[in-house]
Design a protein around this ligand. Sequence first.
Ligand code: NAI
Ligand code: MG
Length: 499
Amino acid sequence: MATVAIDPRLDRKTSDFIAQQHRMYIDGKFVNAASGKTFSIYNPATGEVMAQVPEAESADVDQAVRAARRAFDEGPWSRMSASQRGRLIWKLADLLEEHLEEFAAIESMDNGKPLAVARAADVPLAVDLFRYMAGWSTKIMGHSFPISASGEYLSYTLREPIGVVGQIIPWNFPLLMAAWKLGPALAAGCTIVLKLAEQTPLSGLRLAELIHEAGFPDGVVNVLTGFGEGAGAPLAAHELVDKIAFTGSTEVGRLIVHAAAGNLKKVSLELGGKSPAIIFPDADLDKAIPGTASAIFFNHGQCCCAGSRLFAHESIFDQVVEGVSDIASRIRIGSGLDPLTQMGPLVSEEQLQKVTSYIDSGLSEGANATAGGKKAADRGYFVQPTVLTCTTPQMKVVREEIFGPVVCALPFSDSDLERIAQEANNTEYGLAASIWTRDISVANKMAKRIRSGTVWINCHNVFDAALPFGGYKQSGWGREMGGEVLNNYTEVKAVALAL
Ligand code: NAI
Ligand code: MG
């Protein structure tokens, strides 16, 4: 049984929830794994075990998929009106909003992020996403077409739900990633098996309780806890799943594509990034310096779109490096629950090892740390916000996604936008970029030349339910959010009627 380290700063309800005997949500019921197995959830600020959750394997995945299949094929979900679906999603948003404080605390305990960040970003963005998608339920429509075949026809398209959807999410924004996935699939009328990240399942399990309370019919949403190989892989391969939506590493993205080949289920992927933040010499440095620091340090760099390659023109390079390094060295590191904390621990021991070994590899290849460069505490998974200079485009730290608070600063001397863009685009990824300049022509020319799914101008990490998000190149397939995401969850049916 778990040794529950209840933090005295948590209220009773939240500690009770974290300590409770957790169950997964399958076919409208809260259940243990068929095998009875459980696994431990760690507090990243201390490394202590704080909860046990069921370990789903193939048998549980199969049960959940069959429940979702029945709910899709037999109703009542599939017979509900779009408006009824929308109201249920809206109700879920209301319930989530009512429990904002509780979710923020769970998220902070489970992921390590500062409570204030979860309160201001993760939870309200999830609420907003559900409301935005509730509105889409009644606006998913086809078109009518004049066709030129001989004879007289009425022809139109229908947009129909794609069916049973498997969704696999990561740990960096556990609740928000669940919302990004569930919201549009529900709006489209799909049924869902959601597999939570093994590091951070607690907010998703609490969300399952609210889904139950909101009154979604049994089997419409099923929520599993388990590991990638044990639970994610059988979900991605399952013959009764029509579509798989994945967010995580590019490496696992490739495995998902292979697993999906069996029944050629549709696939959407939101993968890694190595996003450039590019500061031109005319930029307002009072905004660009804190802006590019936040581009990498927000959420401890555990963002797929983190601005991890900082390009600054040589005329301002030293000033930028000094400014960003100064911010980095003043960031207060501590437990997410401490109100003074600006950066919490990384999510897991594994990520701590990964991030510190990237820093070591950069330093041993000749990089210089102008801030940070080390693990930050004896216990918990803390790492110092780190700025590396003297890096070259060949180094691993510049090429690979680190997924931690580590930025590589690179000067450029060019004024030719094509060549600057070429350097920024010199990565297998294409998720996001930010451009910092006062020249609207430079800003918009660069926006066109960058090969990524998002370009921010004089800002970074701006998210909105209405803004599509996703990747070019190896950063993924398809888009999350906006109206675009509905393409992931609908099929188009053409109907031609001879009159
Ligand atoms: P991961 O890609 O292994 O895990 C993400 C999700 O996929 C989890 O739910 C996991 O259980 C599941 N999964 C793992 N193996 C699977 C398989 N064979 N079949 C089906 N599902 C599987 O990512 P991980 O190991 O947590 O982090 C490793 C690196 O991935 C990070 O350092 C970072 O570079 C990147 N990453 C990128 C994210 C993004 O938002 N694009 C989010 C999380 C990680
Ligand atoms: Mg992994």
